[in-house]
Design a protein around this ligand. Structure first.
Ligand code: DX5
Ligand code: ZN
Length: 230
């Protein structure tokens, strides 16, 4: 089994204390930071841009995983990479020349990823799968933290895992939305490896402890020590 990565999403962090929040999850062993960029057009919410990514870059050594929820991601790839993004994902629903976009991300020195909404078919990955490093399967509709996990996404993750394996590819599956200790293990068992969590980490009283609980749940260690996860 390839490595499970825990990726706290800063969307649910206290933005006035962002540096402290990030250092808490880093100290607790988070593997990367998930950064949700929303433009108020593609999704009905507005969040952050390259200056915040650049500020994060100065306070953490964690890889920055930038999830672009915007109608024109191509226009901002260089800005986000220059700001310090290590991986950049774009929604298959909005990018007209996906192969070109992934190529541009890779040429900038970042890892490219493709994102699918809950209502988007895996069939759209058919041609592009060999050209992406990871696929982000949204497990809520994008736009907000704290939404309820959509159960139908679980078999979708399994189907994607079979699709990747049948082609002999090394493409990681990332999952994002409504994830916490209760459902992380099932997602991993269905093929997910990069686990994004916002409110279940930063909405908890102790985000560092939540990172550890999520990892224990995702790896199955929580079953051996039931008191460490809820
Ligand atoms: C939703 C974002 C998510 C969000 C997840 O559009 O892409 O990354 O931060 O938040 P939770 O974990 O609270 O669902
Ligand atoms: Zn996200």
């Amino acid at each position: 089994m390839s490595e499970i990565k825990i990726a706290p999403s800063i969307l649910s962090a206290d933005f006035a204390r962002l540096g402290d929040e990030v250092q808490r999850v880093e100290a607790a062993g988070a593997d990367m930071l998930h950064v949700d960029v929303m433009d108020g057009h593609y999704v009905p919410n507005l969040t952050i841009g390259p200056p915040v990514v650049a500020a994060l870059r100065k306070v953490t050594r964690l890889p920055l995983d930038v999830h672009l929820m915007m109608t024109n991601p191509d226009a901002f790839l260089r800005d986000f990479r220059d700001a310090g993004a290590d991986s950049i994902s774009v929604h298959v629903e909005v990018v007209p020349h996906l192969h070109r976009t992934l190529d541009a991300i890779r040429s900038l020195g970042a890892r490219p990823g493709v994102v699918l909404n809950p209502g988007t078919s895996l069939a759209l990955l058919d041609e592009i799968l060999p050209f992406t490093d990871f696929v982000l399967v949204m497990t809520v509709n994008p736009g907000f933290g704290g939404q309820r996990f959509i159960e139908a996404c679980l078999p979708k993750v399994a189907r994607l895992q079979r699709m990747i394996a049948s082609r002999g590819l090394e493409v990681a599956i990332e999952v994002d939305g409504g994830i916490g200790p209760r459902n992380a293990r099932a997602l991993v068992e269905h093929g997910a490896r990069w686990i994004v969590a916002g409110s279940s980490i930063f909405g908890a009283p102790d985000p560092g402890l939540s990172v550890k609980e999520l990892r224990a749940a995702a790896t199955g260690a929580a079953q051996a020590a039931p008191s460490s996860a809820s």
